[in-house]
Design a protein around this ligand. Structure first.
Ligand code: AMP
Length: 119
């Protein structure tokens, strides 16, 4: 598949080589349940195309960036939290504790959250 990396965990989920609880997909993005949820609802939305982090997004990726954001409403509706609210978080780099280097937004909800998000 074009624009994929052989050994990237999330590229492998896109290709169906590693099982995941996929709840939504279209030609641009895939959304699946986080394996270690931090809230009652926790889904990762990733681009089909491999891009390692927000910092690597290029001007030509504008449409993909938009598709990731556009998917949040559809995913929130599937999760039943569109009306109650949710948070969409990207971890980028070491301080944010990014651990998988294929862009992913964490869509989390299903409970009241606080702000700021750190103690
Ligand atoms: P981050 O720390 O922002 O890079 O988040 C990576 C996320 O990927 C974590 O929340 C992990 O729980 C999640 N994760 C890692 N492996 C898998 C997997 N095989 N399926 C679903 N989620 C995963």
């Amino acid at each position: 598949m074009k624009h994929q990396e052989a050994d990237c965990l999330f590229c492998r989920i896109v290709r169906g080589e590693i099982p995941a609880k996929v709840i939504y997909r279209n030609e641009h993005v895939v959304a699946f349940r986080d394996i270690t949820p931090v809230a009652p609802k926790h889904v990762l939305i990733i681009p089909v195309r491999h891009i390692s982090s927000l910092s690597e997004l290029q001007p030509e990726d504008e449409a993909i960036a938009g598709q990731i954001l556009l998917a949040t409403g559809a995913v929130a509706e599937i999760l039943g939290i569109k009306a109650s609210g949710y948070r969409f978080v990207f971890n980028s780099g070491a301080d944010a504790m990014q651990s998988v280097f294929h862009i992913h937004g964490h869509l989390i909800g299903g409970q009241q959250m606080g702000w700021p998000p750190f103690p």
